[in-house]
Design a binder for this molecule. Sequence first.
Ligand code: ADP
Ligand code: MG
Length: 325
Amino acid sequence: MGEFDLIRRYFQRPVRRAALGVGDDCALLAPAPGMQLAISSDMLVEGRHFFADVNPRLLGHKALAVNLSDLAASGARPLAFTLALSLPGADEAWISEFAAGLLTLADAHECELIGGDTTGGPLNICITVFGEVPAGQALLRSGARAGDEIWVSGTLGDARLALEAMLGHAPLPAELLQQARQRLEAPTPRVALGLALRGIASSALDVSDGLLGDLGHILELSSVGATVDSRCITPLMAAAAYPQSDAWQFDSKLQQQCTLAGGDDYELCFTAPAARHADVLAAGSASGTPVHPIGRIDAEPGLRVIDADGTLLQNRWKSFDHFGG
Ligand code: ADP
Ligand code: MG
């Protein structure tokens, strides 16, 4: 099957929102009056972001999910995306599964595939996503102020736990591994929460590289510091609820590392004035997304982490980047 047949068969669908979709030199997208376009790209490379034998349907889902997560972090509503695909061969069964995973998530968010590029080569997927947000209302990394509460959505650390297990570094019961792999391979972009936080959150980002490191980006761009309590964070791992036995005990250091610095979580970390506490909880329940307060923004620069025993791990959080160290 040639490139054009492949595109027509798997990636060309009736246009809904865009003025012009797949098939011409450019797609056309008309932003609504008073709206700004929110644009982000994420690339997934075999061997670096996923294993060669990953389930193609899950890969299609994840490729779009990580992009929608950026729109969520900006408080933008998804509109459309482009797909640049480098494929080692035209394995139709693989492409059909990949497209199914991708387009199912796209439909769930009414996010339209409007164009892209297809070429032979090592497996590589690059998506650019377009969203819209009322002018001036995008959630930025730069808006955190001293006294704001720091929040995180959902669960943290399970994706990293799955990765550690798959690399042979952390043996897990089969059922728990299955559950953790779900978080690694099929993350849930928090789009509804991002929309609900417009006008409430003072800053936001999505957690892709690990909570503490990513929170550092908010601190840097907002010129503030923070104190977070690891005792509020380590329990946020879904795997922490899994029953322990003589056969398997959860290593508490691994749990702390995965939740504080795991990566691949695609949850939102955001700040809001303490006076908006009830509004944040309401935004969480309106969007069906659990939200958890984990600390506070300080005027004093630096990130202070309260350890399990109540003492300060001051400025030592960077060491969590080096697992096993
Ligand atoms: P050009 O030669 O102008 O780069 P192409 O031949 O690469 O155009 O693509 C033809 C049409 O198919 C374009 O509208 C392009 O956006 C679309 N397209 C190509 N690859 C993909 C893809 N993987 N997914 C969606 N649309 C695609
Ligand atoms: Mg082209």
